[in-house]
Design a protein around this ligand. Structure first.
Ligand code: FAD
Length: 506
């Protein structure tokens, strides 16, 4: 399956694209936009419940972050229970803990009910503190976990070759092969009569009294309900100011000593490193990730891979790095995902975003929350994860900080390009945003000298894109839209590409 990056993830080799169906009708009960874990799980849940669904995907199933994930299935989240209690109170933190249990159950039930062969394995997880500061943080996490009745057990040794101060083990976690799982769900959905339309981008929707009109690159469709499972919705609304795009880096390698950890592992750095083992085509691989940064905020994304590899080599006996890739996720300003009714809509348009590094779980949970909202009119998570919620005052500083980063990117990026003087500064194999006669251009020169020139302004919210050398893409730091060197759209929320310029036109 293809992915929205130049580098292959470990999952892509094993799962080939499959023929999907083409819509015969133009009217449906529900249209789901986006074919990642969120969209496919939601479409299946609704189709199974008797709704006639159309799933519209801009590229192919699992083209987005679901094809570049690491697929830990952990029910403790990037937002710790300590943070959740502090910002949302004990009762809401308990519901947050329940969300993890429910998400895990959804995945387990799907694997069982559909007999999915996706290398699903239950695993324990270990969280380890490597210095005093992390040890204090871990103590706080364990105390808060007990308050929400979540079990973390102190241990005196860990299954990772890393010196640590304190560590805990958590049982009942899991891992799987994300593409095998998503493909199986998509096939099940099709077998129930669901329709998947690949290579079709949703560009807009209009809400009318009895239906929603959905405009796509392949024509207009109507539905009673619409679900944006696009990782971030298109257009510009509240969610583009309460979510910030981040990039994380992963490598999969063989080890010379065969000492592959048999658990999920995490340190407590910020950003943290995450570890697991997976056998691909009979070869065991250590899959390790980290080096996260805000999209567009690393000068050299290639260096992020070197830093990650150096760090992993300093602890593990790495033989060969077989795969390395990076992918994008969204950080919500208050730490909880946004799942439910799209703010500003009439109640029939739904959205799921802000998953941090836990979207396998929250994407799966979204299928339950959104289908409950559509089928029953309510969900026990409706208020907790409401996309329209206002952040509690306790975490307001963080809200302002994130918000400020997004807003200043709008302004600062106009000046970012001022520093770049002329096209001559772009060497073969490199890329830059350059200013030329008061216009900004994204210029990429291939090794053979062929130059690709695009207008560098992102069509979504008019920020200036920045070069991502690791994935050979132009990335927008404001909301995470991404484009290839020809200007074609790779990642939402934009729905159009960057304007292509012939060298002669400039
Ligand atoms: C490196 C990395 C590691 C991670 N590891 C983990 C992990 O171990 N465990 C975990 O739980 N989570 C993890 N996550 C997070 C998780 O992978 C994501 O949150 C999850 O995959 C998001 O799924 P999604 O279906 O919501 O979005 P996506 O998978 O991004 O799917 C969205 C789809 O929508 C399509 N689309 C977008 N716009 C349009 C449009 N206008 N019209 C039609 N289609 C459109 C895209 O092409 C795409 O296919 C990780 C994230 C990263 C970056």
């Amino acid at each position: 399956m293809n992915r929205d990056g130049a580098r292959k993830s470990v999952w892509q080799d094993q799962v080939k694209s499959f023929s999907v169906t083409h819509p015969q009708a133009s009217a449906y009960d529900v249209i789901v936009i986006g074919g990642g874990i969120t969209g496919v799980s939601t479409a299946l849940a609704l189709q199974k419940a008797g709704k006639r669904c159309l799933l519209v995907e801009a590229a192919n199933i699992a083209f987005g972050t679901s094809g570049g994930t690491t697929a830990h299935l952990n029910d403790f989240f990037d937002t710790s229970f300590a943070q959740a209690i502090k910002d949302f109170g004990l009762e809401k933190a308990k519901l947050f803990a329940q969300a993890g249990k429910d998400a895990m159950k959804i995945i387990q039930n799907n694997v069982k009910a559909y007999g999915i062969n996706c290398d699903f394995e239950e695993k324990n997880a270990q969280l380890f503190a490597v210095d005093d500061k992390q040890a204090d943080e871990l103590d706080e996490m364990v105390k808060a976990a007990a308050q929400v009745h979540y079990q973390m057990k102190y241990i005196s040794s860990i299954n990772f070759p890393i010196t640590f101060k304190k560590a805990v083990e958590i049982s009942g976690q899991a891992q799987f092969h994300p593409l095998k799982y998503i493909k199986a769900l998509a096939e099940e959905y099709i077998s129930l009569g669901g329709i998947i339309f690949e290579g079709c981008i949703c560009t807009n929707h209009e809400e009318h009294k009895d239906s929603i009109w959905v405009e796509t690159s392949k024509g207009k469709f109507t539905a009673k309900q619409l679900v944006y499972a696009t990782h971030i919705p298109h257009g510009i609304n509240k969610l583009h100011f309460t979510n910030a795009p981040y990039r994380s880096y992963v490598l999969a390698c063989t080890l010379t000593n065969g000492a592959y950890p048999d658990m999920l592992g995490y340190d407590l750095y910020d950003p943290y490193h995450y570890y697991r083992t997976h056998a691909v085509n009979g070869v065991k691989l250590l899959i390790a990730g980290g080096e996260d940064h805000k999209t567009g905020h690393a000068n050299d994304t290639g260096e992020c891979f070197s830093n990650l590899e150096n760090y992993i080599r300093s602890h593990f006996n790495v033989d060969k790095v077989m795969y390395s890739w990076s992918s994008q996720y969204y950080e919500p300003v208050d730490g909880f995902p946004y799942i439910g009714v799209l703010p500003g809509s009439n109640g029939n348009v739904f959205v799921a975003t802000g998953f941090r590094g836990n979207g396998m779980m929250f994407g799966s949970l979204s299928s339950k929350i959104i289908s409950d909202l559509i089928l029953k009119g309510s969900s026990s998570y409706e208020e907790l994860f409401s996309p329209a919620r206002i952040k509690p005052v306790a975490g307001f500083t963080q809200f302002v900080r994130e918000q400020t980063t997004v807003v200043t990117d709008f302004i600062k990026d106009k000046f970012f390009t001022e520093r770049i003087e002329s096209f001559a500064a772009v060497d073969p194999g490199n890329a830059k945003v350059v200013k030329y006669e008061n216009e900004n251009y994204a210029v990429y020169k291939e090794i053979n000298g062929k130059t690709h020139i695009l207008k560098s302004t992102c069509p979504h919210a008019k920020c200036e894109v920045r070069w991502n050398s690791a994935e050979i893409s132009w990335d927008c730091p404001c909301h995470g839209s991404r484009f290839n060197v020809n200007g074609n759209l790779l990642t939402a929320p934009a729905v159009n590409g960057l304007q292509k310029i012939n060298e002669d036109d400039v």
